[in-house]
Design a protein around this ligand. Structure first.
Ligand SMILES: O=C(O)C1=C[C@@H](OP(=O)(O)O)[C@@H](O)[C@H](O)C1
Ligand SMILES: C=C(OP(=O)(O)O)C(=O)O
Length: 424
């Protein structure tokens, strides 16, 4: 699928999509919690659908209604010996440890970009917890057989925080007592805060966080006496970043549905936009952003790597040289985002270079070109919002990649006034 975009202005009011990070965690929590969960504002992205399917494969009963999802579960009781994570990094890294709570042999599979993302963490760690684990040389598919037994363990958190998230859910579900997960070099820390917040919201056991170096599950017994809980999935700061950046480049919009007190690390987009001289404010639950003369900025995105793509779009329209730190965090995403951002923005006349762990972007007049999403939703959306102000018609191939996190992206920006055609 191709998106053909003519320079345009975004104007009007829109509600942000649901956070797939919160939605997938809520699915995991609803599976391990015994009882009924009502999810309000459920996500509809491919990653969210993958999570809803996985929890059914692991025994939960799911009813999807117009504006809510009802999940009934009695804990992990697989009804199928395969779980399919499609392209979701979070789902595979979270549900592999959760599925290992069962004593059945389970094959964990995925597709597309996920087949190229490393999973050797499981080969190293799960056997230490009594789980047999065989991956295909550190890649998918992975065959596991538990039951996982929580033990004192030390894991590496440098590649991804998602593995730790999976272990925290699995330990909470297994009612871990007096054990700790020690973690070295943890990156993407706000995502772990979100995990702890979801555990708490679902009445599950929350470990003590000792400076992101140790997560200690104490001896206390947690009783789950709420037969039904309701959880509202919050708005997604990671994808809101594209709408806000697009409006700062070429527009005047009001964005609803964002929690300014969210623990999502990508909320930092608000401060970076202000730093870049965007005209924006947050009032009564609505964020307003209006186009302005943008100026270069510096930002450390080590703990919020998903902000790189929208920030490169922002930098491309910001006068001067912007510097974004944390490039090493980009290698193992849906694409190698350091390489794909450089490749695609170079086509648009925007010089992107690297110095140590920093990406350096020069703001210049954007030339229109045909760019590729590399099957990476964030590359598709970054090039699109950058192309709102350019010297001609832009073509984005592989436009369907947005379905991974934000299937409504093209229709949402069209509704805001982007002159856009989608060609199958
Ligand atoms: O836990 C999560 O919801 C996520 C964690 C981050 O991954 P890493 O921890 O691998 O950086 C982020 O990039 C991903 O999009 C979602
Ligand atoms: C990297 C991402 O997601 P995941 O790792 O969950 O596939 C993303 O959404 O940018």
């Amino acid at each position: 699928m191709k998106a053909v975009l003519v320079p345009s202005q975004l104007k009007g009011s829109i509600t942000a999509p649901a956070s797939k990070s919160a939605m997938q965690r809520a699915c995991a929590a609803a599976l391990i919690r015994k009882g009924e969960t009502v999810l309000l504002n459920p996500g509809i992205s491919n990653d969210d659908k993958a999570a809803l399917n996985i929890i059914q494969q692991l025994g939960a009963k799911v009813t999807v209604q117009d504006d809510k999802v009802i999940i009934r579960s009695n804990g992990v009781q697989p009804v199928y010996n395969v779980i399919d994570c499609h392209e979701s990094g979070l789902s595979i890294r979270m549900f592999t440890s959760i599925a290992a709570l069962s004593d059945q042999v389970i094959t964990v599979k995925g597709s597309g970009s996920l087949s190229k993302r490393p999973m050797n963490f499981f080969d190293d760690v799960l056997p230490q917890l009594g789980v047999s684990c065989n991956s295909k040389g550190g890649y998918l598919p992975i065959e596991i057989q538990g039951p996982l037994q929580p033990k004192d363990i030390t894991v590496d958190g440098s590649l991804s925080s998602q593995y730790l998230t999976g272990l925290l859910f699995a330990y909470a579900a297994a009612d871990a007592k007096g054990v700790s997960i020690k973690v070295t070099n943890l990156n993407s820390r706000p995502y772990v805060d979100l995990t702890l917040q979801v555990l708490k919201s679902f009445g599950l056991k929350v470990p003590q966080n000792n400076n992101y170096e140790e997560f200690y599950f104490d001896e206390a017994i947690v009783t789950n006496d709420q037969p039904s809980i309701t959880y509202a999935v919050e708005g997604d700061w990671s994808n809101a970043a594209f709408l806000l950046t697009g409006a700062a480049i070429a527009g005047d919009i009001q964005l609803k549905g964002m929690d300014m007190n969210s623990v999502q690390g990508d909320k930092a987009i608000f401060d970076v936009l202000l730093k870049a001289n965007a005209h924006m404010k947050s009032e009564n639950g609505v964020i307003s952003v209006k186009q302005s003369e943008l100026k270069a900025f510096e930002f450390d995105a080590t703990d919020c790597p998903d902000l790189f793509p929208p920030l490169v779009a922002l930098a491309s329209h910001s006068k001067g040289i912007s510097r974004i730190k944390g490039v090493h965090r980009l290698t193992h995403k849906e694409s190698n985002r350091a390489a794909t951002l450089q490749e695609e923005f170079t086509k648009l006349n925007i010089p992107v270079s690297f110095e140590d762990d920093e990406m350096i972007i020069e703001g210049k007049t954007l030339k229109a070109a045909e760019v590729s999403s590399h099957n990476d939703h964030r590359i598709a959306m970054a090039t699109a919002v950058a192309g709102l102000k350019s010297e001609g018609e832009m073509v984005i191939t592989g436009a369907e990649a947005v379905n991974k996190s934000y299937p409504q992206f093209w229709s949402n920006i069209k509704q805001l006034g982007a002159q856009l055609s989608i060609i199958d």
